[in-house]
Design a protein around this ligand. Sequence first.
Ligand code: SAM
Length: 182
Amino acid sequence: MRSWSSSAARRDRRRRRRAAVSRLDSFIRRLMAQRACLERAAELIRDLPGPVLELGLGNGRTYDHLREILPERQIYVFERMAAAHPDSMPPAEFFIVGEVREMLPAMWDRLPAPAALAHMDLATGDAMASQRLAAEVAPLLLPLLRPNAILVSEPALELPGLIALPLPGGVREGRYHMYRVG
Ligand code: SAM
């Protein structure tokens, strides 16, 4: 006869299997959240002039999407090592190569106008390190953004002057983050 504890363990295993999300699913959901937030941000800045700042070129996926949905905008891209897909390389004059914490202050005199949108995607896989980096980068980024500019970020940011915005429908709370500059 099966014991109560072994059937409880089986029930628990079944419940955990149902609740579990594979790493593939989690990756797909993150990309969908990223796309939804960038598209919402593009709508929100429709009447707000200024360039776009992309922090973290990586493979160039989000840069490529930004230039598709915001074809009229100048997009400045920050990255410490150029390793993007060749089709997703920014033009040299908009590609700021180096440590972002050093490059951002140099942009205070270089940007033609305060930015309308920034996307911070500097994560490297270590959640704590990414959180620390974002906390250091955000105060350097904020002076480059105009009032009412939108900041889309992973991870979450806590900074005076940033007002958290609701996420687009279908994006789970905490998966990605959107802020308006107050
Ligand atoms: N948005 C990219 C895409 O869609 O393909 C992915 C960006 S990837 C998650 C993060 C990128 O940020 C990496 O390419 C990494 O080299 C860059 N990065 C991380 N820390 C940085 C730093 N301190 N300065 C400059 N670039 C940095």
